[in-house]
Design a protein around this ligand. Structure first.
Ligand code: SF4
Length: 638
């Protein structure tokens, strides 16, 4: 909803933040939005138009207008993220009758989204790749930042050395990056002194929480900030000199072979890295004659505060941001937060050669305690989804207290419009896959040949999709069906194009992945889709991290494998299957291919009206006959 090129919510950069409250009061904007809301739903577009007209921040105006709203629709972020924006209204409400109610749609996504909010990682390759462009800094700053970068990489590496393995559960001290962060702050303050508004604006923005993006008394608040910063600046720059010398000494003492990732960076002013680093204590000119390092115009002290800042990716701020986010995650306590170390070959846009990427991760595998706290700010909480079984699993991980009430409603659409079958003769287990590719391709041909139309085949992974696609394509040579497949990096525009093409009357089979852009959050009404063939439950990748999560669930809930693998996979299966029937007049076929779909744990995750309590209702002894019978029940001519 931002009207600027870059979200820097500081009055010295953003005119929409400047004198925000004065403008809102003067123009009586809250009364205006309240009146407007009686006629129309206040959408993002409306707030943007108001923002442009009155030169106020539309995002802030939308938040301020909430007090007059009966209904607010927003992303989970607004309630559940660590900096939940709605908290500014709900924190102070202590009585139930004062509190709003909360309705959580697509609640099957909540446990995963919430865990993501509280999980953070630090990857050495990613840091080098994203922070590595130092060209906007002067030579002294480059030298200091390189030193801090190397210290950061060594800090990450030091955890690996203690772990002594490529993958390990570790304990990372919350103080691990304290010294580096202090020095980064000093470096930022030094840079502010030298480079004026733009960098100062970015830095101030970093310190603003989302709930205080636009201060209620912006002028006075900024004035006081400035004086505080000035005092801090003097104190910090003195300590920074000593600290950065120490850091540089540490850095200079490392051999190039110990810093293979940093070797991927361009040398400072084209000088070899260690020639530049070694005379660090001698006086360095701010910029060298004929220097190739030209400060970006927008970082120049003469630049206008309103100059476009999108290009500013200040490396000092980037590194400070990464460390600050990670350190915040390190402060989360409890068994649900795992500290992990991994070391793998480094890949990225830069050429990392033979280097390794070392990663530290704080993995939140259960955010239920956080969610429980968030729920307390509401009088009543209702969560729903078509994919929220088993209830016990979702209830626990969504943070609902014992004794919450739960209901299952059957599909309101005619049951006879849908045929659900399991093909247990197929196995998609990793060890069996290769033997089953051909069988799956033949099953696709048999199933789709019973009625011409549009089908999706949903796979657990792109690699699996590709193998079956290759084999299926041969079987469909000279067929009236068109075959399409989802690419691993599909653009929104291309996805839209594929979806729209399903309306063209050309029978199409789309090979797609479960959990992907074609499998969730999209409707295919009427004849756009007459069948979904689901190839196996796409269990999450079996890897070190997932196994640690499984251990946690086993210890906590006694169902490690089901919680870590089966239920998340089944949520995707049911979402994909749910694409077929979206209205009372849709008709379609849903086929689940894998023996595991007949097992109790998998059945427990299905809607009860799929199987009516017995797996026998899903397995057919005469598949083709049953499918023909289903289609012919609509009087279709075969
Ligand atoms: S205050 Fe922030 S969000 Fe609002 S318009 Fe300005 S930069 Fe964008």
């Amino acid at each position: 909803m931002c009207l600027k090129e870059e979200v820097i919510c500081n009055p010295s950069y953003c005119q929409y933040a400047r004198d925000y409250y004065d403008k809102v009061d003067r123009e009586k904007l809250l009364e205006k939005t309240a009146k407007l809301a009686q006629r129309v739903n206040l959408s993002e577009e409306i707030f943007k138009k108001l923002g442009e007209k009155y030169e106020v921040c539309p995002f802030e105006l939308s938040l301020d207008s909430i007090e007059n709203a009966d209904l607010v629709i927003g992303d989970y972020n607004y309630v559940f993220s660590p900096r939940n924006t709605l908290g500014r209204f709900t924190h102070s409400l202590s009585k139930d009758y004062q509190k709003p109610n909360l309705v959580i749609d697509e609640a099957h996504n909540l446990p995963g989204r919430a865990c993501d909010y509280f999980s953070k990682g630090l990857s050495s390759a990613h840091i080098v790749e994203s922070v590595g462009d130092l060209s906007s800094l002067n030579v002294t700053e480059q030298i200091k930042l390189r030193s801090l970068l190397s210290e950061t990489l060594f800090a990450i590496s030091s955890v690996g050395k203690v772990a002594g393995k490529k993958e390990a559960k570790v304990t990372i001290s919350p103080q691990l990056f304290d010294k580096i962060r202090t020095e980064l702050t000093a470096l930022m303050l030094e840079r502010m002194k030298g480079k004026g508004n733009a960098i100062s604006t970015q830095m101030q923005s970093l310190s603003l929480s989302s709930s205080s993006k636009v201060s209620g008394s912006s002028n006075s608040s900024n004035a006081s900030n400035s004086s505080n910063e000035s005092v801090a600046s003097n104190a910090s720059s003195r300590s920074a000199t000593a600290a950065s010398s120490g850091a540089a000494a540490t850095f200079a003492s490392q051999s190039a072979s110990q810093l293979p990732l940093l070797a991927a960076l361009a040398p400072i002013n084209s000088l070899p890295l260690f020639e530049v680093m070694s005379p660090l204590n001698s006086t360095q000119p701010e910029t060298l004659p004929n220097s190739s390092i030209n400060p970006s115009p927008s970082i120049n002290s003469n630049s206008s505060p309103s100059a476009p800042l999108r290009k500013i990716q200040d490396p000092i701020i980037l590194l400070a941001n990464y460390l600050s986010d990670f350190q915040e995650a390190l402060s989360y306590e409890g068994e649900a937060y795992l500290h992990l170390y991994t070391k793998n070959r480094a890949y990225g846009k830069r050429d990392f050669g033979e280097s390794y990427d070392e990663c530290l991760r704080v993995v939140c595998c259960d955010a239920s305690d956080r969610l429980r706290l968030a729920h307390k700010e509401f009088a009543h909480v209702v969560a729903f989804s078509a994919t929220i079984k088993p209830f016990e699993y979702f209830g626990k991980l969504c943070g609902f207290d014992e004794g919450y009430s739960c209901r299952e409603y059957f599909s309101p659409f005619p049951k006879e419009n849908r045929k659900i079958l399991v093909i247990p003769q197929v196995s998609t287990k990793f060890s069996d896959r290769e033997r089953n590719y051909e069988k799956i391709a033949e099953a696709i041909l048999r199933l789709t040949s019973r009625k011409i139309g549009n089908y999706f085949v949903f796979f657990p992974s792109f690699a699996f999709l590709e193998e079956v696609y290759k084999r299926t394509s041969k079987l469909y040579e000279n067929s009236e069906f068109r075959l399409l497949k989802q690419e691993s990096e599909i653009s929104k525009a291309r996805a839209k194009e594929v979806i729209e093409s399903l309306n063209q009357g050309l029978p199409t089979i789309v090979f797609a992945v479960q959990g992907g852009v074609f499998a969730e959050g999209v409707d295919y009404p009427g004849d756009m889709l007459i069948g979904a063939l689901i190839v196996g439950p796409g269990l999450p990748n079996f890897n070190f991290e997932r196994e640690q999560i499984r251990n946690y669930y086993e210890k906590q809930y006694g169902q490690g494998f089901d919680y870590a693998y089966v239920y998340p996979a089944m949520a995707k299966v049911i979402q994909a299957a749910g694409r077929v029937i979206r209205s009372g007049t849709d008709r379609g076929l849903i086929v689940l291919m894998d023996k595991r779909f007949t097992e109790g744990t998998y059945l427990a995750a299905m809607p009860a009206d799929w199987h009516g309590g017995s797996v026998n209702n899903l397995v057919s002894n005469s598949l083709v006959k049953d499918i023909d019978c289903f289609w012919s029940s609509f009087g279709q001519d075969f």
